[in-house]
Design a protein around this ligand. Structure first.
Ligand code: DC
Length: 218
């Protein structure tokens, strides 16, 4: 199996790039953030709050999370139910951020991610793929961009959707999230020693894709 790991901070363009690479190579794209989001939805529906650490550890064992593919798109199933349309809310983002620090949650989802990569050629994106989930991945990319550029990209997306927003608030949120992801005890976000650093601040999406495609050995 050929496994490509793409890690990096929020808003660096990981999912856009990973999806395109998977499509061009004919590999499966695995969005691990969506699994943490599905787990967060389960916890919210189970009336667990982000501060209830013990309850999160217990409850997470009851969630059956799996991935299927429909028309080339990843669909996340939570206890057999398609939850793709429910996991991109602010409430789920906050719960995912809080519950992804929990060792029991991580153990369960990392095992699932490792099983997927054993069975198929994958492009997997997340925060700990190169360092923890797939330490032997064939290619590891650490994709980043300055917080100014990431904030500007998010701002442009929101404006295009007709939403009101403040670029300074977006930048502050991004920096807070970076800090949380990089300083948690278990599997913090960091560049694996053997990962290639790609800074997309001054690159187009196509340039980043070309650069990574050029590094794939098969
Ligand atoms: O990439 P995303 O925004 O969909 O991720 C949702 C949350 O899950 C985010 O707070 C970071 C966390 N996450 C993680 O801890 N490890 C991963 N491999 C992927 C996501």
């Amino acid at each position: 199996m050929y496994n490509i790991a793409i890690d990096g901070p929020a808003g660096a363009g990981k999912s856009t790039i990973a999806k395109q690479i998977a499509k061009r190579k004919g590999y499966i794209y695995v969005d691990t953030g969506a699994m943490y989001r599905a787990m967060a939805l389960f916890l919210i529906e189970s009336h667990v709050s982000p501060e209830e650490t013990e309850k999160i550890s217990e409850k997470c064992l009851e969630a059956d999370i799996s991935i299927v593919y429909e028309k080339g798109e990843q669909v996340v199933l939570l206890n057999g139910r398609n939850v793709n349309g429910l996991i991109r809310t602010e409430q789920v983002s906050n719960m995912a951020s809080a519950s992804s620090v929990n060792g029991h949650v991580r153990k369960k989802l990392v095992e699932l991610q490792q099983k997927l990569a054993e069975k198929a050629d994958v492009v997997m994106d997340g925060r700990d793929i190169g360092t923890c989930v797939l330490p032997n991945a064939d290619l590891k990319i650490y994709l980043t961009a300055s917080s100014e550029v990431r904030a500007k990209r998010r701002y442009d997306e929101m404006i295009a959707r007709g939403e009101k927003c403040d670029i300074d608030v977006i930048k502050r949120d991004i920096e807070e999230r970076d800090y949380r992801d990089m300083h948690r005890d278990i599997s913090p976000l960091k560049q694996a020693e053997d990962a290639v650093l790609v800074d997309s601040s001054d690159m187009t999406i196509e340039e980043v894709i070309e650069k990574i495609m050029g590094m794939c050995r098969i």
